[in-house]
Design a protein around this ligand. Sequence first.
Ligand code: 6PG
Length: 474
Amino acid sequence: TQADIGLVGLGVMGANLALNIADNGYKVAVFNRTAEGTQAFMEKAGHLKDMFIPCYSTEELVANIKAPRPIILMVPAGAPVDQQISVLKDHLKDGDILIDAGNSDFHDSNRRYKELADTPFTFVGMGVSGGAEGARFGPSIMVGASETAYARIEPILKAISAKHNDEPCVALMGPEGAGHFVKTLHNGIEYADMQMIAEVHEVMTSTLGLSIQEQAEIFSKWNEGPLASYLIEITANVMGVVDEESGKPILDVILDTAGQKGTGRWSAVEAHMLGVPATGIDAAVAARCLSSARELRQEIADIYPQSDAILTWEEKQEGIAACERALIAGKISAYAEGFAVLAAGGKENGWDLPMGDIARIWRQGCIIRSRFLDEIAQAYDENPELKSLYLAPAIIERMKDAVPGLRDVLSLCVTNGVPTPALSAALASFDMIRQKRTAAYVIQGQRDFFGQHGFERTDKEGSGFHGPWPAGGA
Ligand code: 6PG
């Protein structure tokens, strides 16, 4: 019998997704760029082997799927996606659906969606989160598709997605690149979340003088409270692991330079383009870049050494409690930024992004899954038009409780020279957004002085006012 669906690209993510689909009772025709990749996959398919049809050419792949054919592409983002599309294009027929499930730039998905609009088949750009484990046992899925195409692939996506209280973590985000746009912001928030966790670890190490083992316990405890999340959980796990070779905690031997494939940066760039800066996300991207300048850091560190803080036991205990609240406040700010960029991006692209659904499908399966997303989903349920997360009643309460903790931690860090770029940026932008009157009137005065750019006045209607600048100004 023919397969229900096709899958191209049997790397870690593709292979796991194929196994997940098969596990849910769908027969999959699989194809990989190299025949060895397909053979290796088939050898590891175990009891699911009969659920796969290994294919060694595009023709074979297409011929082995029941029409109309859904085909998932799980290949590296960028040129490989275009290459696969051009190879498959001429073989696809009316009603076929080509689904790009990689971490594609949503601008590319917008382009492909439009370029392929006149072909008999439909293009779908689909964001998939949850890493290898998620792909295998249930990811969170953000779909950019026409309603008709989505309706056709919905049953299979619901089956393979993660479930939160039996609710599948998959939803239609909108047409074109909407799914990849939401996935991009997911990753932006992921970057901020990860960086803030790393910063708090740094504070606990260099200022509070806590060992990694002690921190592992603290993170485990935090994972039972408001911070409960996948990233806090795995941080505790990673902290608890000992390197077999050196006998040291594994974190002591991992090199301190963070890699990045681009999605976090795309979030920051998009935020700037939309005029809705996401400073915590931005700082997290920048921090990864600074971490990569390892040699330069060694040189500069020798010239500007850091002093050690000496704290009493009570101060340390207070410091730990403040760290938890700092992370809560930082996390809320990162999500507030991320959701603000989502809302602005949705408007800019003419998509009606379902904000509540986004929070709902991120509650399980994806990397940023957390208890806190329940509160966000609820906030959007109560008010679908919510202008900012900072205005949601449950969030207001949390921020009021947590921000003083963030201030305490950051004061300590500033005094002792501990770098906390993402937490600091998050607080700075929160402090700015809660100003009735910002200092931007100084900028407007300067702009008018040197370039006659004009300003508005607080006491009159209209625009284009100028200051009585002395000669030399304007
Ligand atoms: C996910 C992850 C996943 C991947 C990132 C990592 O949601 O499952 O975000 O997509 O791990 O691409 O990105 P960096 O390599 O840029 O950290």
